[in-house]
Design a protein around this ligand. Structure first.
Ligand SMILES: NC(=O)C1=CN([C@@H]2O[C@H](COP(=O)(O)OP(=O)(O)OC[C@H]3O[C@@H](n4cnc5c(N)ncnc54)[C@H](O)[C@@H]3O)[C@@H](O)[C@H]2O)C=CC1
Ligand SMILES: O=C(O)CCC(=O)C(=O)O
Length: 449
């Protein structure tokens, strides 16, 4: 028997094992999406005739390159750089750069695949891509970070451009790294071009890009709650991570009246039963910006409890927002959250829930928003930054924030439209189907060859 989506394989698992062996994160992301869109492809003769499944799961280009650079001890170090240009059917490739020792082809392909659907959901003309390096920035000096960024761009500049591919930040790539990368590109090409987003507003960046992902997560949550006649106000919130997405999600949750009781990093988590405040968040940002600092120092400063090596999912709260990294929330944690009466789980990170955890959430009577919908606010404001770059005309923070709220509300509506069955909303299904339709229809219109 053949798998109905591919003539040569009998199941999705067999297809993935044969075509892309040893890429577990990519298999996980593809399996989740394909389970939801298979019935749509099966029912749609045009999609089947166009072999949409095989074309969708094959990236257009996977580029790898050597990054050689000199550390402070004058030693030459070598890292591997990547850019996965996954799908450019609806616009130039767009997606972040991640610098982390766990970066490999599987991780970047899963991220580029997810990004393709996420970008489609924003309603802006952006294809999906992702890139980065296995470079570990922890403990490195500013000068080393700058030399690494220069060396990385020395290779990457061949593959990007305002009409080709426009990267941005992701884990360990923030304003400092984007500045170094942009400067390197300008010196190499002698052109001032909008080839990166997340730039400082002093040289073409958009207001609110820094805040956009975390704020967008909370705007999406507010939409979900409102549809159920509820509100963030008065709710307790568990957040994981202590970086860009986590701290801005916490900031917005607090201004909406929520009580944020945790943050975490790869060394453990804090439980602050009094709740975070803006001062505490500012301290976390400052502390975590210093190379290699653990969040453990929080409790000496503000009290609460530190759990070394733990995850915050055993705490009791109304809302959980995983905002750190992929597969940080497993089946046991998902069951603990449900057992403790969580009402909504909203993913700020990309694929933070394992496949088993996802099944627990989808089967439970809770609101569950997948990352590709809930964290799309960051790339949406990147899309607005591209427009500002083109026009050389900046927008105010108020205007960008208003656009962000509208885009998150539209994504919420799209999820409702494609994810409602018998009165129940499956946000995962809704996001997968709505994103798929847009990309697949563009691919159909453009033919093959
Ligand atoms: N920055 C952005 O605009 C967007 C980011 N994302 C996703 O959000 C997540 C977080 O990204 P950022 O906040 O930008 O990165 P970041 O580098 O600012 O922060 C990452 C945080 O996660 C923590 N962390 C890393 N590994 C961990 C682990 N195993 N357990 C607990 N904590 C861990 C780090 O200590 C750090 O505090 C990633 O999945 C990223 O792909 C998604 C959409 C946009
Ligand atoms: O703003 C961008 O282009 C990158 C955002 C991103 O990497 C993400 O949405 O995961």
């Amino acid at each position: 028997m053949t798998f109905s989506l591919s003539k040569r394989h009998s199941s999705l698992e067999e297809y993935l094992n044969a075509r892309v062996p040893n890429e577990p994160e990519f298999h996980q992301a593809v399996t989740e999406v394909i389970e939801d869109i298979k019935p749509i492809i099966d029912q749609h003769a045009d999609y089947k005739a166009a072999n949409m499944f095989e074309r969708l799961v094959e990236p257009e280009q996977v580029i790898t390159f050597r990054v050689e650079w000199q550390n402070d001890a004058n030693e030459i170090e070598v890292n591997r750089g990547y850019r996965v240009q996954f799908n450019g059917a609806i616009g130039p490739f767009k997606g972040g750069l991640r610098f982390h020792p766990t970066v490999n082809q599987s991780v970047l392909k899963f991220l580029g695949f997810e990004q393709t659907f996420k970008n489609a959901l924003t309603g802006l003309p952006m294809g999906g891509g992702k890139g980065g390096s296995d470079f570990d920035p922890s403990g490195r000096s500013d000068a080393e970070i700058m030399r690494f960024c220069n060396a990385f761009m020395q290779q990457l500049h061949r593959y990007i451009g305002p009409d080709i591919d426009i990267p941005a930040g992701d884990i360990n790539v923030g304003a400092r790294e984007i500045g170094f990368l942009f400067g390197a590109h300008r010196r190499i090409t002698n052109q001032f071009q909008g080839i990166l987003t997340g730039k400082s507003p002093s040289f073409g960046g958009s207001q609110m890009r820094t805040e956009a992902t975390g704020y967008g997560v909370m705007y999406f949550l507010q939409e979900m709650l409102r549809k159920n006649s509820a509100d963030v106000d008065g709710k307790s919130v568990i957040i994981s991570g202590a970086g860009n997405v986590a701290t801005y999600a916490a900031e917005r949750a607090i201004t909406m009246g929520g009580k944020v009781i945790s943050l975490s990093d790869s060394t453990g988590f804090i439980h602050d039963p009094d709740g975070l405040t803006q001062d505490k968040i500012d301290w976390v940002r400052d502390h975590k910006s210093k190379a290699g600092e653990s969040l453990a120092a929080y409790v000496k400063e503000f009290g609460g409890e530190w759990t070394e090596g733990g995850v915050p999912w055993g705490l009791q709260a109304d809302i959980a927002a995983p905002c750190a990294t992929q597969n940080e929330l497993d089946e046991k944690s998902a069951k603990a959250l449900i057992g403790n009466g969580v009402q909504a789980v909203i993913e700020g990170a990309n694929m933070p829930s394992t496949a088993a955890a996802k099944s627990v959430f989808r089967a439970a009577d809770i609101l569950y928003a997948p990352g590709k919908a809930a964290n799309a606010g960051g790339v949406a404001v990147s899309g607005l930054e591209i427009s500002q770059d083109r026009m050389r005309r900046p927008s105010s923070a108020e205007d960008v924030d208003k656009s962000l709220q509208n885009i998150m509300s539209d994504i919420h509506d799209a999820c409702i439209e494609d994810g409602t069955r018998a009165g129940n909303v499956d946000y995962v299904k809704g996001a997968n189907i709505a994103g798929f339709r847009k990309v697949a229809d563009a691919m159909l219109s453009q033919g093959v060859g």
